[in-house]
Design a protein around this ligand. Sequence first.
Ligand code: ZN
Ligand code: ZN
Length: 316
Amino acid sequence: MLAVYQLPVPTPYAVGPVNVYLIKNDPVTLIDVGPGTAKAGEVLKDMLSSLGVGIKEVKRIIITHAHPDHCGLAADIAGDSNATVFIHRLEEKKLRGSHDYFKERLPFVLEAGIPAEVLTEMAGERAKLPPPGLRGAVNVEILADETLVFDGGELMVMHLPGHSPGHVCLYDPERKYFFSGDFLLPHITPNPVLEPDPEKPGKRLPTLKQYLGGLDRVEALDITMVCPGHGGVFSDYKGVIEAGRRHHRFQFDRIMEKLRGRELSTFQLSREIYPNLKGWEVFLGLSEVQAHLDLLTEWGKTYCFKKQGVVYYTNP
Ligand SMILES: [Zn+2]
Ligand SMILES: [Zn+2]
C-alpha cells in the first residue's frame, strides 16, 4: 500500500497554498513541489525532515502541470536530491522556461480586443512573479499514460488536459486515491487557461471541450479520496464534478444572455462578467470567457466576425 502525506506549501499567488504529496514507498516520490520561492523551499524541506525524509532520499518528482505554483521548486529540489523530474511532453517547454509564454498568447489576447493600457498592466504584473524554469542539469523523463511502480503499490498516469495541455492526474488502484492536481478542486472550477494549439499554429486549444471530456473519464473511476493540488482532501468527487458542470452551464447561459442582440468582443464580455479583475487576473478572466465562446461557436449558438483585428461575438 502507498504511504501518502499531504504537505501544504505557501505560495505568493492568489490561489493560496499548494499541496505537495509525498509517497514514502521506494522510490520516494513527490507529486508537485510548490512555487520557486525561498519560503516554499524551507517549508517543504522542514516538513519532509519532520517525516524522516532527507531531501537526498527523494528519487522521483512528478509534476502534474507546469504552472509556477506547482513546479517552481522543481530545479532546486531535483538539484539537491538528484531526483528525476517526470512531466508530460506538452508541459516540458513551460517547465524549462525555454519559450516566451506571453508572446505565444499575444495574438489571441489582441484579437480579444484588450486595450493597450490593460495589456501593459497585465504583462507587467506577470513579470513580477517567480516563473517556472529548470536551470542546470536536471534529469527529465516524459510521462505518457503509463503505470509508475513503487515497492508496495503503483500509480496510473492519466493525461487530463483542459486546465493545462499536458496536465496529468495520478490514480492509485489499490487505495483508490486520485491525485488531481488542479483538474478537480474542492471549491473552485479550474480555469480553462487560453493555450495556443501546438499542432495547429494560429489556433487555440479547445480547452473547455477537453476539460468536460476529462470530467466524464474521472467520473467513471472508482475513487475513495481525491487529493487535490489546493485545499483539503475530499471523497464526494461526483458532487464536485457535477458542481463543475453546473458552473459551466451557468456560464454558457450567462454569455448567451449577454450577447442577445449585441456584438461584443471577448474582452468586453469578460469586463461585464468580471468587472473587478486586475493585472494577470484579466488574462484568466479572458481565458474563462473565451473557452465558453469557443464551444458556443462550435455548437452554432453564437457567431463571430472580425472587425479591425478584433473578433466580435453575437447571438442572433
Ligand atoms: Zn494550474
Ligand atoms: Zn494550482
